[in-house]
Write a new protein. Structure first.
Length: 201
């Protein structure tokens, strides 16, 4: 089975270009996972969902390294896991040299490939840090002028946490968890994102 992961950082960004790339590869829409969230962690709901679906021999396409994430340590660990396990394949459209099913590389090419990935992962996190710093400065300036941001988040119930935890531990399928929570797909993944985000704090 072939899957695709598309990530944009905000709801305002357009995923259309990445979507067209995946459709050109013949990937069916039901196997394309789209997430609109920061890449500051690998631990994201849609990425976790596609990984749960993948079985031996399956392939996951991602447009570029920074679409996988923007956390250097997590990205390096994740990429090497695909490479070492070899039962599931990670492919980057923009950088085919980094595809984890490339077995035709010489020792020198392997060395160059590894360095190339490390550089791209470093750049991805550095760009994230720069954007975050500029955003925080802009927010601080706005707050000084009396601007208020966002709505307060709704409390997450113990039942919601328990169901998401069971889903995360493969005790419930996505469909079962959605039925128990009485949520549609988009609302379910949004809740998963919030539960995971708050559990990390």
């Amino acid at each position: 089975m072939i899957y695709a992961l598309i990530r944009v950082s905000t709801k305002e960004q357009n995923e259309e270009r990445q979507l067209l790339e995946m459709e050109k590869l013949g990937i069916s829409k039901e196997n394309i996972f789209i997430e609109k969230t920061s890449g500051n962690t690998i631990n994201r709901s849609k990425y976790r969902a596609v990984k749960k679906k993948m079985r031996k021999g399956d392939i996951l396409y991602i447009h570029a390294v920074d679409r996988l994430g923007r956390n250097y340590s997590e990205m390096v660990t994740e990429w090497f896991l695909y490479w070492r396990n070899a039962d599931k394949t990670l492919r980057f459209i923009s950088y085919p040299l980094l595809n984890t099913d490339r077995k035709d590389l010489t020792l020198l090419e392997l060395f160059i490939r590894d360095i190339f990935f490390l550089i791209l992962a470093y750049v991805a996190e550095q760009e994230y840090n720069n954007i975050k710093e500029r955003s925080q400065q802009g927010i601080a300036n706005a707050k000084e002028k009396g601007v208020k941001f966002g709505r307060p988040k709704k409390p997450i119930t113990k039942r919601q946490k328990d169901i998401i935890s069971k889903w995360d531990n493969d005790e419930l399928t996505t469909q079962e968890a959605m039925q128990k929570l009485k949520l549609k797909k988009s609302a379910f993944y949004k809740l998963v994102e919030e539960v995971l985000e708050r559990s990390d704090k």
